[in-house]
Design a protein around this ligand. Structure first.
Ligand code: SAM
Length: 218
């Protein structure tokens, strides 16, 4: 298990923290947690404010293919794949790679990239409908923190079951109380978040032996 920044090549996001802090109402949080049209393609107050493909995951996909030594014929799963942008970019980066996704959002799956139609499954990360040891790598970006702690442990166990020692998860975290305050002024959907040590305890409790990194607002 090791810490590795596989999203280093992703362009930085410019966040309007003050505007979001004002929008963190129980109603907006409830809308965001439905992961429907409003979360992906509605106002920035309840989610992405428009979630469209722009190729930004291509360099990340290249780093993932290198990191896991992926080759044509290998199977990869993206848990929390949304509209399948990373699924598409992994397929473009390594032609012949068998890439699949899973997400809880029917809206995202029915508005997916045309290139990934038929590759995305509707389901929840804590109950993955695939056999043990059936993937060469399982990736999950900014999704596991949407569970409470018990759910996050179940989800980490599932990733480990499908790809023992060959997972990569990126989750919400912070290194200081200042970073935690910034995170708290931005968060809408995450239910469990912690300092890296807290996440490492959770990974260990789940028996997770794959890799990981942190999404930190600074
Ligand atoms: C912040 S988005 C991240 C999407 C994509 N991985 C990315 O990094 O751009 C979180 C995603 O997790 C999905 N999600 C939330 N709860 C989930 C669950 N229990 N199982 C699977 N996916 C879930 C949402 O629908 C959404 O697509």
């Amino acid at each position: 298990m090791r810490e590795v920044n596989l999203l280093a090549a992703l362009p930085a996001t410019k966040r309007q923290l003050e505007k979001r802090a004002a929008a963190q109402t129980p109603k907006n949080i409830a809308i965001a947690r439905q992961y429907g049209a409003e979360y992906f393609d509605g106002s920035r107050d309840v989610g992405y404010g428009g979630y469209s493909y722009d190729g930004r995951w291509l360099p990340v996909a290249r780093d993932m293919v290198d990191h896991f030594g992926l080759k044509p014929g290998d199977r990869v799963l993206d848990v929390g794949c949304a509209k399948g942008f990373l699924v598409k970019d992994l397929m473009l980066t390594c032609p012949g790679l068998e890439v699949f996704g899973l997400d809880i959002s029917k809206y995202a799956l029915t508005h997916c990239e045309p290139a990934v139609i038929g590759r995305l499954h509707l389901g929840s990360a804590d109950s993955l409908p695939f056999p043990d040891n059936s993937f060469s790598a399982v990736i999950s970006l900014n999704t596991i923190h949407n569970f409470d702690r018990a759910g996050a442990i179940r989800a980490m166990r599932e990733i480990e079951r499908l790809a023992p020692g060959r997972g990569f998860v990126q989750v919400d975290s912070y290194h200081s109380s200042e970073q935690r305050d910034l995170f708290m002024s931005w968060v809408l959907t995450a239910k469990f978040h912690d300092y890296p040590d807290g996440w490492l305890s959770l990974f260990s409790e789940a028996g997770y032996t794959g890799d990981y990194y942190w999404t930190i607002i600074s």
